[in-house]
Design a protein around this ligand. Structure first.
Ligand code: NAD
Length: 355
């Protein structure tokens, strides 16, 4: 098969880590008989420097015409003093909106080999954990009606949480389909003891669960979920939740893995295309020093193979190669604690050897 992939390398370490992921995809292509055609487009500070705007029209058109999009990261001190609508980060919201991406998939996996990086007690994370957070991305309180008004005690501000059946049904479907490809267990997180929007959320999750008899399902209140994530993270497989709860819980989950350079993400819409990117930023402090950990971006490319192209064997080959390299004790600078470490290119070579 032939797949057209738009590459948005961006700024800082973006080009280095995307180059590593491209090498891994090329190796996968050779081994499994696929052709990946890569077309780079400008985004972020690099686009501002070249054409005066963070998200040029050609970039949006190129992404919409591609089969999938791989993004490095944008931003850096050079562009920090520009007005808000001209900042590199503005391009991220722009491209997500243009591609109509309503789901954010954020895995939080603790590799047994990296147990010591986890801030939780050793006995809690004895066997590692592997959670996939499915966060609704374009609805809820971040997009609801808001405003300022005069209230009983003077000036007041309000934001409203509103979810439609359509929005909940489509995110529920993503969560259950994702669980079918993993541990077949979904936890839906809400605040149904207080919020009307959560009660509709829960009702529709239950309706959806009936259509997936192979998936074990449970509800959990968000306050309990925040505790359970640090008390026993291994109990979770897929978590599905609203925009604001997902924003908070996905950061909590990523912190307990202890390694920002390892965590991939995917943003998905109605089409299979999607946008795949590491959760970290452009790390300008280490750009050009061959110190960046490319694994988050390599795993993002792996998520692309699974979610955009349905290539599960190929996805597993990448995940297993990363596992093997970590188990063999190889580390990048961010995980080396001052000991000798491999450069971005060297750790990529080790991963290629394992595929
Ligand atoms: P950051 O994630 O770029 O860096 C935080 C720290 O983690 C730094 O010390 C950095 O060196 C380290 N780090 C991050 N990724 C790493 C990797 N792959 N390997 C090794 N070390 C890594 O966050 P920041 O410093 O707050 O932001 C830097 C720039 O990135 C800012 O301009 C910010 O706006 C932007 N940003 C972009 C995105 C994105 O493109 N999606 C996300 C967050 C921040």
């Amino acid at each position: 098969m032939r797949y057209n992939i738009a590459l948005l390398k961006g700024d800082g370490i973006g080009p280095e880590i995307v180059d590593s992921a491209v090498r891994v995809l090329e190796k996968i292509g050779q081994k499994y008989g696929h052709e990946f055609v890569f077309t780079p487009y400008l985004i972020g500070g690099a686009a501002i420097d070249a054409c005066g705007e963070p998200l040029p029209k050609e970039t949006v058109a190129g992404c919409l015409a591609s089969d999938s999009v791989l993004l490095g990261a944008v931003g850096g001190p050079k562009w920090d003093t520009l007005p808000g609508n001209l900042r590199p980060e503005k391009a991220l919201l722009g491209i997500r909106a243009a591609m109509e991406l309503f789901t954010n998939l954020r895995p939080a996996k603790l590799y047994p080999a990296l147990k010591d990086e986890c801030p939780l007690r050793a006995d809690i994370v004895e066997n590692g954990f592997d959670i996939m957070i499915v966060r609704e991305l374009t609805g809820g309180i971040y997009f609801g009606e808001r405003g300022m008004r005069e209230g009983k005690w003077g000036e007041e501000a309000y934001d409203t949480e509103c979810y439609s059946r359509m929005e909940i049904e489509r995110i529920a479907k993503v969560a259950f389909e994702t669980a079918m490809k993993r541990g077949k267990h979904v936890t839906s997180i809400d605040k149904a003891n207080v919020l009307e929007s959560s009660r509709l959320w829960r009702k529709i999750m239950h309706e959806t669960a009936e259509r997936y008899p192979d998936v074990e399902y449970r509800d959990m209140l968000v306050d309990n979920a925040a505790m359970q994530l640090v008390r026993n993270p291994a109990q979770f497989d897929v978590i599905v939740t609203s925009n604001m709860f997902g924003d908070i819980l996905s950061d909590e989950a990523s912190q307990i893995t202890g390694s920002i350079g390892m965590l991939p993400s995917a943003s998905l819409g109605e089409t299979s295309r999607g946008l795949y990117e590491p959760i970290h930023g452009s790390a300008p402090d280490i750009a050009g020093q061959h110190k960046a950990n490319p694994i988050a971006t390599i795993l993002s490319a792996g998520m692309m193979l699974l979610h955009a192209f349905g290539l599960s064997k190929e996805h597993d080959a990448i995940v297993n190669a990363v596992d093997a390299v970590l188990n063999a004790g190889y580390r990048t600078a961010d995980l080396s604690h001052g000991a000798p470490y491999l450069t971005t290119e060297e750790i990529t070579d080790k991963i290629l050897e394992q595929i």
